[in-house]
Design a protein around this ligand. Sequence first.
Ligand SMILES: NC(=O)c1ccc[n+]([C@@H]2O[C@H](COP(=O)([O-])OP(=O)(O)OC[C@H]3O[C@@H](n4cnc5c(N)ncnc54)[C@H](O)[C@@H]3O)[C@@H](O)[C@H]2O)c1
Ligand SMILES: O=C(O)C[C@H](O)C(=O)O
Length: 339
Amino acid sequence: MVKAVVLGAAGGIGQPLALLLKANPLITELGLYDIVNTPGVAADLSHISTPAKVEGYLPADDGLKKTLTGADIVVIPAGVPRKPGMTRDDLFKINAGIVRDLATGIAATAPKAFVLVISNPVNSTVPIVAEVFKKAGVYDPKRLFGVTTLDVVRSSTFVAEKIGDLSLSKDVVVPVVGGHSGVTIVPLLSQSSHPLPASVDTASLDALVNRIQFGGDEVVKAKGGAGSATLSMAYAGAEFASKILRAVKGEEGIVAPSYVSLEADPVGAAALTKELGAELAYFSSNIELGPQGVVKINPLGKITEAEQTLIKAAIPELQKNITTGVTFITEAKVDEPRL
Ligand SMILES: NC(=O)c1ccc[n+]([C@@H]2O[C@H](COP(=O)([O-])OP(=O)(O)OC[C@H]3O[C@@H](n4cnc5c(N)ncnc54)[C@H](O)[C@@H]3O)[C@@H](O)[C@H]2O)c1
Ligand SMILES: O=C(O)C[C@H](O)C(=O)O
């Protein structure tokens, strides 16, 4: 029996993500929570002929607690998305409180669940969840993940486009490290499973890196004020959730980038820190997954000088984002959740 929960399930990401999780045969129960519309979304999904039993709750009548009871995996896309001209950090003001309150609920009701954070700014919201869990005495860094899979999915697609064969996109694997915003997104194209064609010169390689780093902006601009990536994010979130569930079931060799606390694997973290030449509390690198979550944080490995420069640019931004998230909880004046 596996219960998956989506918090923010009536939103642009939440609905298609819930659909994809409902289609996942590994999931037997699906709990949907939002401040609006979840009973309708749940009723709709419940007619789909797959195993998961679906329930939708609103905040009234202890809805968050009911949704989270028995959860094995909780995915959080709750919060506001960007509009053109905004950075992900501009979302912190609203989303930090939303994520804090939902994390408080998870700590109370499903402290052993795997928690997958989608709400932006991920570089800061993951530390928020960690600090809430620490305060509640239930923190396990091996079970908390910032979902950076959309950057990986974009890289696979854009590299396949460059090769000129989109049918390859499902097989192209590019590690994307760092974090999830602008310059903190560092695609290691030199480690792509499928090398770029020789026609890709330095200028077009730089343009490709830039497109991956700012892929989110491309969608925000195209949607013209109607939000940010939802469908591709739902796909990416469902892919990452599926990897966690397969690892829990005992499948070996599952590796994926994710933004995690370096406390999740102190030995791997030491090697990574040496490569980075800087102390960071959180970083996205390739993670080996197992039944308990993070098994190993892999080092970056061999990278080019240009990639080294990208990493250098990411570090101060990450440090700032992490501190913003941590201090939001540790230096909070009011300690009460506002659900
Ligand atoms: N990690 C990533 O790669 C990635 C990709 C795309 C979007 N995002 C982020 O995901 C978030 C959601 O994006 P979206 O397009 O789905 O937005 P949306 O506005 O369409 O949906 C958000 C949902 O969250 C709900 N919500 C708000 N406060 C809540 C609360 N306290 N409890 C439960 N639900 C609550 C809203 O009612 C809404 O249904 C944004 O922060 C966005 O920036 C992250
Ligand atoms: O760009 C955004 O604000 C949403 C998301 O983080 C993305 O990468 O598409």
